[in-house]
Design a protein around this ligand. Structure first.
Ligand SMILES: [Zn+2]
Length: 114
């Protein structure tokens, strides 16, 4: 049988959650909780660290972003690395192409001078 606790919401829309319930979900004062609303019910769960980008909770790495510690999963780290590598390759191609054009122009000028 589900035990129902009846509480009054105060003027600041706060409600005291019974200690037994918090113990049941391993939450103590100062912990973060996630509050969601679905199908007319409000759900409170212990906040678990998740990836800042995809919300996954697997293989998290702590990263400092603007003086805040954020968690990013290794999959997202890999995606970022791959995007950077692709970008670097594109830039390299561009610069290589530009350098090749410059060399071709210089060679053409030298040939006309000779
Ligand atoms: Zn992720």
């Amino acid at each position: 049988m589900i035990r129902i606790y009846r509480r009054k919401i105060d003027d600041l829309r706060r409600v005291v959650i019974p200690q037994q319930m918090l113990n049941g979900i391993n939450v103590k004062p100062g912990d973060l909780v996630d509050i969601t609303c679905e199908g007319g019910s409000v759900r409170i769960e212990k906040s678990m660290p998740t990836c800042w980008l995809c919300r996954s909770d697997e293989n998290l790495v702590e990263v400092e972003v603007e003086e805040q510690n954020c968690m990013i999963c290794s999959r997202c780290v890999m995606r970022i690395q791959m995007a950077l590598i692709r970008r670097q390759r594109r830039l390299k191609k561009y610069y290589t192409f530009e350098a090749a054009e410059e060399i071709a122009e210089e060679t053409a000028q030298q040939e006309t001078e000779e």
